[in-house]
Write a protein that binds this ligand. Structure first.
Ligand code: APR
Length: 311
């Protein structure tokens, strides 16, 4: 059985474990700084396995030794947003936490692939790559699967068509400047732009961009966790099963889309070695423009990180 360790057993971490356990893909380890909490959640979840008929070991720990020999390390440790906060506001607090999680886990799992969820996730992925020194291919940030899923859900609500027929692609940073691609997105092959009136499509694009904030404002004490963790589970599955699945995710840019030395949301092919390929879409001038604007915002957060931490 493969092994997946999840650092941060809070809302997203524990729910990631839940989705993964249901898939019976890997034994799971939950690590958190809070004493007893990861152990309690892990034991509780493990006790559910006979009911759902899955042979998965789930353990909780407060130290990193338990993560030894992991195939994948998921990092969700850190603070979530509160109303009025942007994801970038989390940078200072979360850089410390993610840096430690990445370097400590590397000691016990030198070959692991990192999936980063902690926000601001493009920059946290960059930090994890720099601090561990692992090849870029082995670090992936989750955001695009979630942003695309939000858009798909809103299109389904609008049209009444099955979510399975709705394919949406959201590129760029995981912030208000993200780039929902309305020309590439489609319902069973029909471009969204042709399917929906322009004003309805614009409303969906706007709701997608602010999707995370909508949930933060409702929850008030934290941020979204069901859909973000479901997105991580899909990525972990694609890696462990070597599916060569193309999803939007944050990957290290080395000239793709004209970008360098930063993590950014682009379509990637996921397989057993991590990011197997970055797919370059043909973008028109308008899409290029939006993408570059989003990249500029993400680059700024990377620069802020470099002022905080020596990388
Ligand atoms: N090591 C391990 N766990 C830690 C550490 C650390 N150094 N510091 C904090 N944690 C744990 C907290 O104890 C908490 O249980 O991280 C967990 C975070 O869980 P939540 O507060 O429930 O936050 P969550 O909603 O899961 O969001 C975590 O994911 O989506 C992003 O923006 C979100 O950055 C946030 C992260």
């Amino acid at each position: 059985m493969a092994k997946v360790s999840i650092i941060g057993a809070g809302m997203t971490g524990a729910t990631t474990a839940h989705w993964l356990a249901e898939r019976e893909l890997a034994d799971l380890v939950l690590v958190d700084v809070l004493e007893g909490m990861p152990q309690g959640k892990a034991l509780d979840m493990f006790e559910a396995m006979p009911i759902i008929g899955k042979d998965v070991e789930i353990v909780g720990a407060n130290s990193y030794e338990a993560t030894k020999g992991s195939d994948i390390i998921v990092i969700t440790a850190g603070l979530p947003r509160k109303p009025g906060m942007s994801r970038d506001d989390l940078l200072t607090a979360n850089a410390d936490i993610v840096g430690k999680a990445a370097t400590e886990t590397l000691k016990y799992s030198p070959d692991a692939i990192y999936v980063v969820l902690t926000n601001p996730l493009d920059t946290m992925s960059y930090l994890a790559m720099k601090m561990t020194g692992v090849p870029a291919q082995r670090v992936i940030g989750q955001a695009g699967v979630l942003d695309s899923a939000r858009m798909r859900a809103f299109v389904a609500l609008e049209t009444g068509v099955s979510v399975e027929n709705i394919h949406c692609y959201v590129m760029g940073g995981h912030g208000d400047e993200m780039v929902p691609l309305t020309r590439h997105s489609n319902i069973a092959g029909v471009a969204l732009r042709d399917y929906l009136p322009a004003d309805r499509l614009e409303a969906i694009v706007n709701r997608t961009r602010k999707g995370g904030g909508e949930i933060v404002n409702l929850l008030k004490t934290g941020s979204a966790f069901y859909a973000p963790s479901a997105a991580v589970a899909q990525m972990v599955e694609a890696i462990l099963k070597d599916k060569h699945l193309i999803v939007p995710a944050a990957a290290y840019m080395q000239g793709e889309y004209g970008l360098r030395d930063m993590f950014f949301g682009v379509p990637v092919m996921l397989g057993r070695s991590g990011v197997e390929k970055i797919v370059e879409y043909e973008l028109d001038a308008g899409e290029q423009d939006l993408l570059q604007k989003s990249a500029a915002a993400v680059k700024e957060t990377h620069e802020a990180l470099k002022n905080l931490v020596k990388l």
